[in-house]
Design a protein around this ligand. Sequence first.
Ligand SMILES: Cc1cc2nc3c(=O)[nH]c(=O)nc-3n(C[C@H](O)[C@H](O)[C@H](O)COP(=O)(O)OP(=O)(O)OC[C@H]3O[C@@H](n4cnc5c(N)ncnc54)[C@H](O)[C@@H]3O)c2cc1C
Length: 600
Amino acid sequence: MPQYRAPVKDSKFVIDHVVGLDRYANVPGFQAATPDLVEAVLEEGGKFASEVLFPLNQIGDKIGCTRNADATVTTPPGFKDAFDQYVGAGWTTLHGPEEFGGQGMPMIVATAFNEYVLSANQAFEMYHGLTSGAVASILTKGSQEQKDKYVPKMVAGDWTGTMNLTEPHCGTDLGLIKTRAVPQADGSYAITGTKIFISAGEHDLSENIIHLVLAKTPGAPESSKGISLFIVPKLMVNDDGSLGDRNAVTCGSIEHKMGIHGNATCVMNYDGATGFMVGEENKGLAAMFIMMNAARLGVGLQGLAQAEVAYQNAVHYANDRRQGRALTGPKEPNEKADTLFVHPDVRRMLMEAKANTEGLRALCLWGSLLVDLAHNAPTEVERQDADDLVSLLTPVIKGYGTDKGFETTVNCQQVYGGHGYIEEWGMEQYVRDARIAQIYEGTNGIQAMDLVGRKLALNGGRAIQLFFKVVSEDIAAAEGDEKLAVLAAALKRALGELQAATMWLMQNGMTNPNNVGAAAYSYMHLTGIVVVGMMWLRMGQAAQNLLAAGSEDTKYLEAKLVTARFFAERVMPDAGALRRKIEGGSETLMALDPEMFAVA
Ligand SMILES: Cc1cc2nc3c(=O)[nH]c(=O)nc-3n(C[C@H](O)[C@H](O)[C@H](O)COP(=O)(O)OP(=O)(O)OC[C@H]3O[C@@H](n4cnc5c(N)ncnc54)[C@H](O)[C@@H]3O)c2cc1C
């Protein structure tokens, strides 16, 4: 049976000593987040995740969701009760704005907690997971009436939110959307069309579901410039806030899929459903992007979360399972064999897993701090800088984070040998569940194009220049420190590769746009190595400071220093290979005609 324990200590190490949350006490909402309170929240949240949600993970995977004859959807056994407990304990309100019933805690705290929920049960998390993004869209672009009507119930968890972009013929290219929104005399719109792959599109957990739907009004331009955003409630909401009639939106079927079986992925049919426009006509994509950016960071966290639970189990297994002898001679001569832990190749998989999970945790938590700072930092310069950095790094957190998350689940499955392939051990579920994160919310290829095709050049390259400056300052601060010099030198080399690759793109991208497309994926990974490398340098620095200050937690802190060096010596060198791939250009990628791919 798999097991899971929330890594509260590691989250707290990052929050207190790497990010240093107390440095931001001047940011609204941060004062209340004292170290003691944050610890209490995370301890309690971790307990809830491991004791209530984790035991439902395998059941959810096995039994999945059922669409009933009346088009309702029944979630797996135990989900409804767990959701009631989740809402009852106020977990959905953690980061919600106080004026709409939320606790107003910094996003970094909610992110740490969400990681635990996702590790324990990703399919469960996704029922409420998209709601905070939907709330952000309504708060930013919606009318006051829409905010008052929908947001408090969504923050409370009484209602959940969905995002409806994808249609059978259009996923990445949203300009092709066919769903129509016809204006009605009362100011509402009649929404007609079919959306597919809608996560949590229908379920029995909450009283109501608020769908955020992209559709086109009559005469709108036939491109992404002609898309508007609509609120379409499952049950109509009366002026006094009570629930009214069923709206004309139904679940047509549930997809049978590779993983996250406990989450209902629905085909949603809109048959003249009543919808209300959010923001301006034809500006819907920008409004939806507020939700999508939040969701992209959340999906990056899914990569980390699946990697973490897989890693924890692989460590247990490697300690228990005995096969073969250490290359240097038997470690435990009285036993018939040594544990898997003695084998360097098993160590390789476990160290990569450790370096990836702890590095990505630090990155996701820092990214969520940047989101808060982008909105609430006291000065315009701080807000702008944070916004630039988080915009640049969102595709990296999503794309690199989920690639490394998936790779980690596969490595941890490999630690089990054949047992990793057998259902009862639980490892193959983590591989299957982690896989989707590379695909939805814009595939990782699209994240790479967002980074290279859009974010790099934005505002004359302001964000990437700022990123270079931030990394360079960290390197400079560490270079003189004997114990950190190895990390600083490795990061300096990796940063140099990224800067050279950026220069190459500037020189070769304009003349041949295929060079940009061909370079994008490697560039995203190269940026990922540099930013996670920076987080490892920061973690190394923090560990060393604590040791120097006399901390007695020596094993944990020394493990940080060793893992930082592992990342520097065994992951960062990939930066050079990625740069060379980028500089290889697009010629061989694009040379063959499609018919030349056919089997000879
Ligand atoms: C389980 C699950 C849950 C989902 N949940 C939701 C949801 O809640 N709401 C929602 O709206 N959607 C949802 N989706 C849809 C998901 O976001 C899309 O599947 C995804 O964005 C890709 O779209 P597509 O499947 O149509 O692939 P396509 O757009 O057809 O892409 C196919 C391939 O071509 C590549 N490609 C396409 N265009 C380009 C380009 N311009 N440049 C480079 N490469 C390109 C893609 O990267 C991909 O590899 C979900 C999907 C799944 C499987």
